[in-house]
Design a protein around this ligand. Structure first.
Ligand code: HEC
Length: 237
């Protein structure tokens, strides 16, 4: 089916707690995910191959934290009708096997401030994040996962920073600090580690706002890694 919905791009303006979005330019979006083809199925549980990009490990966290924040592509705001914190929603802007033809890719690589997503003042996705998204699409855009987490490793640079970058920083950066919290620096993460809010929120405990907001709970292994890092003093190691 050749139906292209003409939709509106939008501009997100950061606010203290929430990012608000304003509509701007039309961008094309492909209809119905995979079109007539069989949707890719989950292959979960396998060990991680360095040659494969996995949806649930890498792609979903990037899009949840950079696109599905309040006021943008979350369940409540669903700008352009897009909810980008789940596979079905994301597949509406992806053509499996064809990164260059996917509107998801055209908006994240755009240099046009009126078209690029996430919109200014939010930062563009990093080159490695963009490359991962392209590779995942060209590998068939499967709903796949792998198990590659090791609780024996829990340093800031190798583990904590990676989890924050992939799953939290999109909503918690200097330009757009959700709840006033910036998780893009060691100092920012350490502050919530030491006041108890980090583990309270990722464990989704009563009395804390569950994090990642609107996303699924972190895997148990990552929660254990964060806990060990906190218990060891939240070092910049
Ligand atoms: C989709 C956007 C979004 C994502 C993704 C997200 N956060 Fe948040 N976070 C927020 C917002 C907005 C608030 C403020 C919520 C409020 O005060 O109601 C917040 C609040 C928090 C708080 C304070 C909680 C409390 O009870 O006071 C912590 C800690 C936190 N986030 C950590 C994280 C961590 C760690 C991650 C990644 C695993 C993460 N967040 C991912 C948007 C997000």
């Amino acid at each position: 089916m050749r139906k292209l919905l003409s939709i509106m791009a939008f501009l997100c303006l950061s606010a203290t707690l929430y990012v608000s979005c304003k509509h701007e330019l039309p961008i094309p979006i492909s209809g119905g995910g995979t079109g007539g083809t069989t949707p890719p199925t989950s292959t979960g549980g396998q060990s991680c191959s360095p040659d494969t990009v996995y949806f649930n490990n890498t792609i979903l966290p990037i899009l949840t934290s950079n696109c599905a924040m309040a006021g943008c592509h979350d369940v409540t705001s669903k700008k352009e009708g897009l909810i980008l914190n789940n596979y079905t929603g994301i597949m509406k802007i992806v053509k499996p096997g064809n990164a260059a033809g996917s509107s998801l890719v055209s908006v994240i690589i755009s240099n046009d401030p009126g078209k690029v997503m996430p919109p200014p003042p939010m930062a563009k996705l990093s080159t490695s994040q963009i490359d991962a998204i392209k590779k995942w699409i060209n590998q068939g855009a499967k709903n796949n996962s792998c198990n590659g987490c090791d609780t024996a490793s829990f340093t800031y640079n190798a583990v904590v920073k990676v989890v924050m970058t992939n799953k939290c920083v999109g909503c918690h950066n200097a330009a757009s600090p959700g709840g006033g919290i910036d998780l893009s620096t060691h100092a920012g993460v350490k502050a919530v580690a030491l006041n108890g809010k980090l583990m309270g929120s990722v464990n989704m405990k009563a009395g804390f706002v569950a994090m990642p907001l609107g996303g699924s709970k972190l895997p148990d292994c990552e929660i254990k890694q964060l806990q060990k890092w906190v218990d060891a003093g939240a070092l910049n190691n």
